[in-house]
Design a protein around this ligand. Structure first.
Ligand code: 3PG
Ligand code: MG
Length: 399
C-alpha cells in the first residue's frame, strides 16, 4: 500500500506545525443523560494523538457525532467528548464551539506546541456530507485552512465520501494514522489468505445492510453463522413463520436464493427466545426456530443455537464477527450475544470483531478485550472493506 503514515510525518518533523486529525469520535451517548456509554473509539485514537503532541505538533482534531442535518443541534455536540478526550490524554483539550468559524480559527491560532483542540461536529455544516462536489469542496477548503498537514485516523468513517474524509486530503499533505493503518492491516489478512477454517458470524438487525457482504464472503468462508434480528428473514425464507419478529419481507426471496447457493455453509438458529413484547421485562421463553408463536417477537437466539454456533467456532482458525445475536442491551436477551462472544474469545483463532455495536457489546458484557485478536472501530467500514469496495477515505490517502 503506497500510503504515507504517521511515522513518515513525524520523520518530517511536526514541532510547531498544525496537524489536522480526522478522528471517528462518534461514540454512543445515553439517551437520557447524554453521558458517553462507550469510549472505545476515543481510546482508539490516543496513540496517534499522543505521538503528535509528544512531537510538539499543534493538534487539531475533527469528527462527526451522530447524524445531525447540516446545522448545529445541541444534542449532537462534541463538547462532552472533548472532556473525556482530555481526561484520557491527561491534558486539557481546547474546544471550539463551531467547526470552521470564528471560534475554530481563534482556538487553533491560540494553540501552543503540543496542545490539542477539538472542533465542533463536522456534520453541523452542510458541506461535510453534501453530494455536490463544489459544496463539499468549499467546506473542505475551510477545514484544510486549519492545518498544515492532514492525518486520517477515522477508520469508522473511511467508507463515507465526506469532505473531511475524501476532500481535505486532496488539499493537504496526507497521512494514515496508527488506527487506520492497523485496521487495514488486520482486515487485509481476512481478504487475503485467511487460515482455515474461516468462520464468519453475522448479526444485527438489518439483512439489507448485510446482503452485499454475505455475497462477497460466501465463496471465501467455510461457515457463515447468522443470528440477530436479521436471522428472521432467513428463517422465513426457509418456510418458517416468525411471528412479529423483525422481518424484511422484500428480502425473503434474496435470502432464499442465498441459502440455495450457499452449499450448506450458512447456519441459522435452531431455537429462539420469543417474547410478548419488545421490552426488558417482557414475558419470554425459548421456542424452536420453526415454532415461533404468531404473537411473539424473537429477541435472541436460544441455547441450542449458541451451542451449535460454539461448536462451529471451536475449531476455527480465523473468525470475523459483526453484529449482536439479540437485544443484548436488555439482560434477558443478552445470553446469545454473550455465548457467541465467549465462544469466539475461547477459540484458538485469529478473531476480528467488526463494528460499533459488536465492539460495544464486548465491553458492555464485561468480556476481556484482550481475548480477541482485533476489535475494529468500524462497522459499515469493515463490512465494505470485506466486500472489496473502494473506500473513499483510503483511496484519498493513496493519491
Ligand atoms: C459509524 O458509527 O458507523 C461511523 O461513525 C460512521 O457513521 P455514519 O454511519 O453516520 O456515517
Ligand atoms: Mg453506522
Amino acid at each position: 500500500m503506497s500510503i504515507r503514515n504517521l511515522d513518515d510525518l513525524l520523520a518530517e518533523g511536526v514541532s510547531g506545525r498544525r496537524v489536522l486529525v480526522r478522528a471517528d469520535l462518534n461514540v454512543p451517548l445515553d439517551k437520557q443523560t447524554g453521558a458517553i456509554t462507550d469510549d472505545g473509539r476515543i481510546r482508539a485514537v490516543l496513540p496517534t494523538l499522543g505521538a503528535l503532541t509528544e512531537a510538539g505538533a499543534k493538534v487539531v482534531v475533527c469528527s462527526h457525532l451522530g447524524r445531525p442535518k447540516g446545522a448545529p443541534d445541541p444534542q449532537f455536540s462534541l463538547a462532552p467528548v472533548a472532556g473525556r478526550l482530555g481526561e484520557l490524554l491527561g491534558t486539557a483539550v481546547h474546544f471550539a464551539t463551531d467547526t470552521v468559524g470564528e471560534s475554530a480559527q481563534a482556538t487553533v491560532a491560540a494553540l501552543a506546541d503540543g496542545e490539542v483542540a477539538l472542533l465542533e461536529n463536522l456534520r453541523f455544516n452542510k458541506g461535510e456530507t453534501s453530494k455536490d462536489d463544489a459544496e463539499r469542496g468549499a467546506f473542505a477548503d475551510q477545514l484544510a485552512a486549519l492545518g498544515d498537514s492532514y492525518v486520517d485516523d477515522a477508520f469508522g468513517a473511511v467508507h463515507r465520501k465526506h469532505a473531511s474524509v475524501h476532500d481535505v486530503p486532496a488539499r493537504l499533505p496526507h497521512y494514515a494514522g496508527r488506527l487506520v493503518l492497523r485496521e487495514v492491516e488486520v482486515l487485509s489478512q481476512l481478504t487475503g489468505d485467511p487460515e482455515r477454517p474461516y468462520v464468519v458470524v453475522l448479526g444485527g438487525s438489518k439483512v439489507s445492510d448485510k446482503l452485499a457482504v454475505i455475497e462477497a464472503l460466501l465463496p471465501t468462508v467455510d461457515r457463515l453463522l447468522i443470528g440477530g434480528g436479521m436471522c428472521f428473514t432467513f428463517l422465513k425464507a426457509q418456510g418458517h413463520e416468525v411471528g412479529s419478529s423483525l422481518l424484511e419481507a422484500e428480502m425473503v426471496e434474496t435470502c432464499r436464493n442465498l441459502l440455495e447457493r450457499s452449499g450448506g455453509k450458512i447456519m441459522l438458529p435452531v431455537d429462539v427466545v420469543a417474547a410478548d413484547a419488545f421490552a426488558p421485562d417482557a414475558a419470554h421463553d425459548t421456542v424452536p426456530a420453526d415454532g415461533i408463536p404468531s404473537k411473539r417477537v424473537g429477541l435472541d437466539v436460544g441455547p441450542k443455537t449458541v451451542a451449535g454456533f460454539a461448536a462451529a467456532l471451536k475449531g476455527a482458525r480465523t473468525i470475523f464477527w459483526n453484529g449482536p445475536m439479540g437485544v443484548f442491551e436488555m439482560p434477558a436477551f443478552a445470553h446469545g450475544t454473550r455465548g457467541v462472544a465467549e465462544a469466539i474469545a475461547g477459540a484458538d483463532a485469529f478473531s476480528v470483531v467488526g463494528g460499533g455495536d459488536s465492539a460495544a457489546a464486548v465491553r458492555a458484557l464485561g468480556l476481556d478485550e484482550k481475548s480477541f485478536g482485533h476489535i475494529s472501530t468500524g462497522g459499515g467500514a469493515s463490512l465494505e472493506y470485506l466486500e472489496g469496495k473502494t473506500l473513499p477515505g483510503i483511496a484519498a490517502l493513496e493519491n
